[in-house]
Design a protein around this ligand. Structure first.
Ligand code: BEZ
Ligand code: FE
Length: 286
């Protein structure tokens, strides 16, 4: 190692680890070292630039709390989260998209047809569709876990200190015998990802905004099928083509149609201004 130089250091660092030959850990670690060293050589990184990156990461750690994970936000705005979602989406199934930071794994079960937005202002929308396998066979008993922002672009969990119920605008539904689901809610508005920290600084340095287009979040599960985490967006809405976290996919954009009266199985007293229909497709596990 005495004769180490900027070209031999990469192999020296790789072989300093005693990893199991051919293991996944070894290949990920070696790949990381190679890419980091190549990047540094290619760009002839200066001490100032190197320290700037380390201080940026330090600041990300400093502002992070269990509720605010700045490193995930960094991954989101760099498109890394979206890339992992894309790589792990199964062919034939609904494409995956961001989980985001506002998921709660203990949201209440609700009956089909429930309204998720009692007492909230905004456009009331009926959301309905089916969960099927890739051959269009309905999946009865599929679990639809959904959460969303309100008609002002805020998640209730962000306003708990002002007395908001953190489970508001959330629900867990089970599809009926025909794989159908339906509920009413308020149309969410676009909102910004947090930009008062180091990631916001990065966005500003790159002349980028922090907005996400309006969306509904979903996790869909069914025994024997691979669960999907995804989002549904609305046609003709702002920021579809410049989502701050690259979550939009063409296949995830639904049409927001004006209300067309009744929809089968919906309680007659339900009132809504618009209708969104979206079908989810699950692929087998494994
Ligand atoms: C969200 O969609 O809820 C979200 C995603 C990434 C960062 C912040 C929020
Ligand atoms: Fe969201």
């Amino acid at each position: 190692m005495r004769d180490i130089n900027q070209f031999t250091i990469t192999d020296a660092v790789k072989s300093s680890f005693s990893t199991e030959p051919g293991s996944r850990f070894e290949s990920l670690l070696h790949g990381l070292i190679e890419h980091l060293h190549d990047y540094t050589r290619e760009h002839q990184i200066t001490h100032e630039e190197w320290m700037r990156v380390l201080m940026f990461l330090y600041d990300c750690g400093k502002i992070s709390t269990p509720e605010r994970h700045e490193f995930i936000l960094l991954s989101d705005v760099l498109g890394w989260s979206a890339l992992v979602d894309m790589i792990n989406s199964k062919g034939g199934a609904t494409e995956g998209s961001n989980l985001g930071p506002f998921y709660l794994d203990d949201a209440p079960r609700k009956d089909l047809g429930a309204h998720l937005a009692d007492g909230r202002d905004g456009v009331t929308v009926l959301v309905h569709g089916k969960v099927t396998d890739s051959l269009h066979n309905p999946l009865a008993g599929a679990i639809i876990d959904t959460w969303q922002a309100d008609g002002a672009g805020t998640y209730p969990i962000q306003e708990q200190e002002q007395g908001q119920d953190k489970f508001d605008l959330r629900g867990v539904f089970e599809t009926d015998e025909q794989g159908r689901y339906w509920y009413t809610t308020v149309l969410p508005k676009p909102y910004t990802v947090p930009y008062d920290g180091p990631v916001g600084e990065l966005l500003r340095a790159g002349n980028r905004h922090a907005w996400r287009p309006a969306h509904l979040h979903y996790i869909i599960r069914h025994p024997g099928m691979a669960a999907i985490t995804t989002e549904v967006f609305f046609e003709n809405m702002e920021y579809l083509d410049n989502d701050a976290v690259f979550g939009v996919r063409r296949s995830l954009i639904a049409t927001l149609a004006p209300a067309r009266g009744t929809v089968p199985d919906l309680p007659a007293e339900a009132k809504f201004d618009a209708v969104v229909e979206f079908d989810f497709v699950l692929a087998p596990e494994g």
